[in-house]
Design a binder for this molecule. Structure first.
Ligand SMILES: [Zn+2]
Length: 353
């Protein structure tokens, strides 16, 4: 793959004061790096050989139990690579934030793979899982100055990044899946919109494959899979739009035009995800020789995946309209049954004689 691919994304001027005067501008995206594999350096191999107790020898007593519990869980999943965890945990200092220093910062959790620090947000020990997931999926290439973290690549020198939105959404989704199943219901979960998006992305990629790629910090796997069913430019654009939504959907004081634009982008990527899924599923259904019932059940399941209506920062995100979904599906699948059609389009659309 090209080392750095530029794609164009039009960002309207109302998103940045710098752009106001010029109106729209072309936003160039650098695809940072195609190399994402976790290097099996000597240190990595050494850390892997050691017992868990040895890996955790620098961790404060009060955090040891919860860190162990975390490790036991990921260790029970054979498709997950534990190398990043073992390597990073050895040198990491776990901190609890100090509310008296900086209130805003204190409520945040973070993991910093360069300075090897993991901060638990003030009075919210449960969020340690989210940060431990970052720790277990992060790798710093000191030579190039590039941080690989889940599906994110961040160039420390140019400050460019890609994949932050899907990474945060997926980290939160994994936390919920394996460590804190009640969080979503109790409203303790963050990045709802990003979670919605990665939930559909995972349906397309496959659960095990997506988890494997996350812990390997392998954005390339995701891009290559998307590229089989769309162009490289479309694949990168999708990832970058999620970054954009991630950056702006949470902001205070968004004006109406900005909200409308975010919603438009969301709908755009929703349709993109449906299309790549349809292409992949069509191929799969042929290989597996699925009958019409099985195909239609799957198409209904895809439509029924979560998102009934989410209000986020006063922006209402809704599912694609039934009829629109049907219109896309029918581009890829013919011979859809009348019952299937009625589910989405209803009976009343037939012309009178
Ligand atoms: Zn995070």
């Amino acid at each position: 793959m090209e080392e750095s691919k530029k794609i164009k994304l039009l960002i309207p001027g109302f998103f940045s004061s710098k752009l106001k005067r010029n109106g729209k501008r072309r936003y160039k995206l650098q695809y940072i790096n195609s190399h994402v594999e976790v290097k099996q350096t000597k240190e990595f191999i050494e850390a892997n050989k050691k017992s868990l107790e040895e890996n955790l020898r620098n961790i404060k007593e009060k955090y040891k139990e919860i860190v162990k519990r975390f490790y036991m869980k990921i260790n029970s999943l054979p498709h997950i690579n534990k190398t990043n965890f073992k390597r990073n945990i050895e040198e990491t200092e776990i901190l609890e934030s100090n509310l008296f220093e900086n209130k805003e910062l204190a409520l945040m959790g973070f993991y910093d793979v360069v300075f090897k620090k993991l901060q638990i947000p003030y009075n919210n020990m449960k969020k340690i899982y989210h940060e431990l997931l970052h720790l277990s999926s992060s790798y710093y290439d000191e030579m190039k100055g590039i941080i690989y973290s889940g599906f994110e690549q961040y160039n420390k020198n140019t400050k460019q990044y890609i994949g932050r939105g899907i990474t945060e959404g997926y980290t939160e989704l994994l936390e919920k899946r394996y460590f804190n199943t009640q969080a979503y219901e109790n409203g303790e979960s963050y990045y709802f919109l990003e979670q919605e998006i990665v939930d559909k992305l995972e349906y397309f990629i496959g659960k095990e494959q997506m988890e494997t790629a996350y812990f390997n910090a392998d954005l390339n796997y995701i891009i290559n899979e998307l590229r089989k069913y769309s162009s490289l430019e479309e694949s990168l654009k999708f990832i970058k739009i999620v970054d954009f939504i991630h950056k702006y959907a949470n902001k205070n004081n968004l004006v109406v035009t900005q909200k409308i634009y975010i919603k438009k982008l969301y709908n755009e990527i929703n349709i993109y995800l449906i299309k790549v899924y349809m292409k992949k599923f069509k191929l799969y259904s042929k290989i597996k020789n699925l009958n019409q019932d099985a195909i239609e059940d799957n198409l209904i399941n895809y439509y029924n995946k979560k998102l009934s209506k989410i209000s986020y920062n006063d922006i209402i995100f809704q599912k694609l309209k039934l009829e629109k979904y049907y219109n896309i599906v029918s581009l890829y699948f013919d011979n859809l049954s009348e019952e299937f059609k009625e589910l989405f389009v209803g009976k009343s659309t037939r012309c009178k004689k």
